[in-house]
Design a protein around this ligand. Sequence first.
Ligand SMILES: Cc1cc2nc3c(=O)[nH]c(=O)nc-3n(C[C@H](O)[C@H](O)[C@H](O)COP(=O)(O)OP(=O)(O)OC[C@H]3O[C@@H](n4cnc5c(N)ncnc54)[C@H](O)[C@@H]3O)c2cc1C
Length: 361
Amino acid sequence: MHDVIVIGGGVIGLSIARELASSKSVLLLDRGPTGQGTSHAAAGMLTPLSEADDQGPFFQLCRTSLAMYDRFVEELQQESSLDVAYSKEGLLSLASSEESAATLLRRYEWQHQAGFEVELLPPGEVRKMEPLVTVPVIHALFMPGERSVAPRRLLNAIRESCFVRGVEIRTGVHVDAVSPNTVHFGHMTMQAAAIVIASGVWSAELNGLNPRIPLSPRKGQILSLAMAPGAFRRMIRWGHSYLVPRPTGELIVGATNEDAGFDSSVTPAGLGRLLMDAQAISSYLGSYPIVETWTGLRPATPDELPILGSAAIHGVYYATGHYRNGVLLAPITATIVADLIEGHKPRVDLEPYSPSRFESN
Ligand SMILES: Cc1cc2nc3c(=O)[nH]c(=O)nc-3n(C[C@H](O)[C@H](O)[C@H](O)COP(=O)(O)OP(=O)(O)OC[C@H]3O[C@@H](n4cnc5c(N)ncnc54)[C@H](O)[C@@H]3O)c2cc1C
């Protein structure tokens, strides 16, 4: 019998299994191969500042997790000998309409006053920093502390690190239900002192959950272009779209956010919008080859916050609902869940993420 069973081998489940492996025997179960769920689709932006309008608890959670990334990546690269394409080049946020310029200015004012790393750039500076940007800009912010990682490489590195730390991973196991200290699949059951539900957008499908958790898929279409290494150095946000350059030259263009159930098709409307936005940001982009198009289903809760904490079932914990930020939040989620299971007080107030917050009184 293992101390801990983690259900789900995405960025969240793998990170939790890895974190706990130094003190517990851990078994991770996935119905498919690990790392092929939503995490496989992510852009890998680690960017809490660029969309933040206040310093609420969720912003603090994201900032805390980002602050853990240097060490997370260093350990992962050491333990796995894999490069996760961690970039510290920062992010440019560009506004071309009066409305988005006003939003950018508001963000700049509070973030600058609060002492965060954010610079208001003269519009001409943008072309100096990123010569391929052609969109006319009213205001531009540079956030040098925003980072990115290549999620597929990250998943491989976390999986390798899990093996190095002694996590047992069983794939092809579709868990049907949970009950006190028990997981059920087919006619089989397995027991553990702690069971962690980290099955992403599919978590709510497990039978026996208490409390039940409202999760819905938010579809994201996304694509990549083949460019020369260094063509873009920094991430760029413009309107609802973004560009994320990889060190190899691959340029990620993302992403839609659609209420389309569990449909994961790539559509002309979705790709069309991304391609139009990409070419608006840089008129050069129209002539580069499309490498890949894909989709992922973000696990969203009604308040768009994750679900972290104990279930009302003995020995069962939730770590799901990470919506648009699962890659960013993986390190802090792993330590929170490890704290809970090891009986320590979690280092973050978990009230906003309580699994029972959706129950009506
Ligand atoms: C287009 C797009 C772009 C994104 N960009 C970013 C970004 O830039 N930065 C960021 O931080 N986040 C981003 N996200 C969000 C991020 O991808 C998710 O929050 C994160 O991947 C959720 O991870 P997870 O481990 O919870 O889920 P998943 O990666 O989906 O993993 C869940 C795993 O559970 C397994 N599973 C499911 N049901 C069962 C079962 N019954 N039994 C056994 N196994 C089961 C699945 O096979 C899967 O492997 C993006 C998402 C999308 C779609």
